[in-house]
Design a protein around this ligand. Structure first.
Ligand code: BDR
Ligand code: CA
Length: 315
């Protein structure tokens, strides 16, 4: 099994990502979940991660990460995920406790004590990972790769140039991108192609379990929220983008995705702040530091998600 740590800010699509990951725990050895501040503040992402994982019967340590980005004030995405982070869907109080170890210590121990190199899946702002690398650079040699949902080669969703996770903590992205660790970026370029139509989403209900129903409600809240955003590009506001799910799906089936290695630098200031600038033509003459994904076989992706909801329901 592939040993992984998941760093996340649930968040609706983060919950969908956790669904896919834990449905595939025969392939993924999920050693630790850490929460970052992003879609909502840290206390809530940690609570949500524990509530969701308790609900699906996962047995995993959930550690609490940093409260604020490295340099910026936290900006959240309550307009998309609701004030609670899970829209109008509620889960019973968590049975999984908050880990006694803070996220950075838990990640350090998990990485350094592992015989095999650890892969990190990150689906929120990269604050925790950047802090880990700054405080304990020795971890780099035992990290296989970082599969991150964030960034965009072309066009943002938070500003004209910046994707949300990169926008919230651009300094963290820059620290991680400079680390020398292999990075796979599932940015908006690919995640906007990893969409589910409302008709496809309805199929979740055919699974007829309480979990399937909750998944459908989450997905519907998310779709309605996106519909309210004043944006009208192709089918943007009529489909669901399963952004975070890509970061896990890539580990399970990289052959579904296409991408290329590029040098990527993050803009830290001004109107482009948080933009992940991809040097397509190698004008900066730097070594590539990021594998940038740009497309995915959508249908296979949707099927995998449906299967995951079914699998978790049957567990
Ligand atoms: C990213 O922003 C968050 O709102 C989502 O959870 C996802 O990680 C998409 O831009
Ligand atoms: Ca997220």
């Amino acid at each position: 099994r592939l040993p992984i740590i998941i760093d996340t800010d649930p968040g609706i699509d983060d919950a969908m990502m956790l669904t896919l990951a834990f449905a595939n725990d025969d392939v993924l050895d999920i050693r630790l979940v850490t929460t970052c501040a992003g879609n909502i503040p840290q206390a809530k992402t940690n609570y949500n991660a524990r509530a969701f994982l308790s609900y699906i019967g996962a047995d995993v340590e959930v550690a609490r990460g940093l409260e604020q980005p490295i340099f910026r004030e936290l900006e959240v995405a309550e307009d998309i995920h609701g004030e609670s982070g899970f829209g109008n869907v509620s889960f019973p109080d968590p049975t999984l406790p908050i880990s006694e170890r803070p996220a950075i210590s838990a990640m350090l121990d998990t990485i350094m004590n592992s015989k095999e190199k650890i892969t990190i899946v990150a689906t929120g702002p990269l604050t925790n990972i950047a802090a880990l690398l700054l405080a304990h650079p020795e971890v780099k040699s035992n990290i296989q790769q970082i599969s991150w949902m964030g960034g965009a080669a072309v066009g943002g969703n938070m500003s004209p140039f910046a994707e949300f996770n990169a926008y919230v903590d651009p300094h963290a992205v820059e620290i991680v991108f400079r680390s020398g660790i292999p990075i796979v970026m599932s940015g908006l370029d690919v995640t906007h192609k990893a969409y589910v139509t409302p008709a496809e989403a309805k199929r979740i209900l055919e699974i007829r379990t309480a979990f399937a129903e909750k998944s459908y409600q989450l997905v519907t809240f998310y779709l309605d929220a996106i519909k309210k955003t004043p944006f009208d590009e192709e089918n943007y506001d009529q489909v669901l983008h399963f952004h975070d799910v890509c970061a896990v799906k890539y580990l399970l089936k990289p052959e579904l995705f296409r991408g290329k290695d590029y040098y990527v630098k993050v803009s830290l200031e001004g109107i482009t702040s948080g933009a992940t600038v991809v040097d397509y033509r190698n004008r900066m003459e730097k070594e590539p530091n990021v594998h940038v994904l740009h497309s995915v076989q959508r249908e296979a992706f949707v099927e995998a998600f449906m299967k995951a909801v079914k699998h978790i329901s049957d567990k």
